[in-house]
Design a protein around this ligand. Structure first.
Ligand SMILES: [Ca+2]
Ligand SMILES: [Ca+2]
Ligand SMILES: [Ca+2]
Length: 313
């Protein structure tokens, strides 16, 4: 039983469906895989459809975006159990995908400006948001978005190589940690979940595992190795974090939205890393009450309106 200041106590019901880390490789098109990471770092991978995956990202509702092709301009939607459907041709090449703030982003390596582009999934039109290469030589072949701190994360083997946080509003790119501790520092797929960066498409054929970096440890921390799903392969690829289904307002993940969610809601607003530590597995976007894909002060009024019996998302 957990207790909170404002409402007394509530019994905790069984937790939500676990989130999944989804991975795939480019070119040779082996089966895509996913894992709920139980037993980490010794995790079990489930096989799904075989597909050529250059980049991957997931919407909060669990829909996957995948890209691939000779010029990596084909954009698909899928789920682990529904084969990819082509939805658009992207106007530039895209080698990594990220989804956040209700926006699909990708890194382009061959456009006139190497950078992060915003992609319209309906039309494929890509618009440059941030030049990441001029003056730095960065190439973020691994990219994802972290709803806990509202930052993008990128991994580059070029320039001052390593893991970076990327503030898409200010353009600030901060180095978090050096490349993975492996003979080959390649990491070409990234997913961020539970405030942790998961780096995939490492060199399985060189016996290199995947690596996780818990962002709550701050900069210059430790990469933790975990089970490589493709021990025979040397390839680039993509990864996505398929979150728990969003349950608006249910900040303590007990299956209901009531007064017991007020304290955790304000904890998530004020100290999202502490919230993630206190409620592991809870989707912080349960607090996105105005449905703009992020949790901030704009969600306070809609939170209380819904709680009071008014309009809900
Ligand atoms: Ca990704
Ligand atoms: Ca609740
Ligand atoms: Ca919001």
């Amino acid at each position: 039983m957990r207790c909170f200041i404002l409402i007394g106590c509530a019994w905790i019901l069984p937790g939500p469906v676990p989130a999944d880390l989804f991975v795939g490789l480019e070119g040779s098109a082996p089966a895509t895989r996913s894992s709920d990471l139980s037993g980490f770092p010794n995790v079990i991978w489930s096989k799904h459809f075989a597909f050529d995956v250059s980049g991957a990202a997931a919407r909060p509702d669990g829909t996957l975006f995948l890209c691939n092709g000779a010029f990596t301009t084909r954009l698909y939607t899928a789920t682990p159990t529904r084969r990819p459907q082509l939805i658009a041709t992207i106007s530039v090449d895209i080698h990594a995908l990220a989804f956040g703030r209700d926006t699909l982003w990708g890194f382009s390596n061959f456009a006139p400006t190497k950078g992060i582009y915003e992609i319209n999934p309906a039309t494929g039109q890509a618009t440059l948001v941030l030049d990441v290469h001029t003056g730095t030589s960065f190439r973020f072949f691994a990219l994802d978005y972290n709803p806990v701190d509202d930052l993008l994360y990128g991994y580059t083997e070029f320039g001052d190589s390593g893991l970076y946080s990327i503030n898409i509003d200010t353009g600030e790119m901060l180095k978090i940690v050096n490349t993975i501790p492996a003979a080959n520092g390649q990491g070409r797929g990234m997913a961020v979940g539970n405030n942790t960066v998961y780096l995939t498409a490492t060199r399985g054929d060189d016996s290199i595992p995947c690596f996780a970096y818990d962002l709550s440890q701050g900069a210059n921390g430790v990469w933790v190795p975990f089970t490589q799903p493709y021990p025979q392969f040397h390839s680039t690829g993509g990864a996505a974090w398929i979150p728990d289904p969003v349950s608006p307002g249910d900040m303590n993940c007990d299956g209901v939205f009531n007064g017991g969610d007020i304290d955790p809601f304000f904890l998530a607003l004020g100290d999202p890393a502490a919230y993630t530590a206190a409620f592991p597995g809870c989707n912080i976007l349960n607090g996105d009450m105005n449905s703009d894909g992020r949790l901030d002060g704009g969600d306070i009024d809609p939170f209380f309106e819904c709680l009071g019996g008014g309009a809900c998302p």
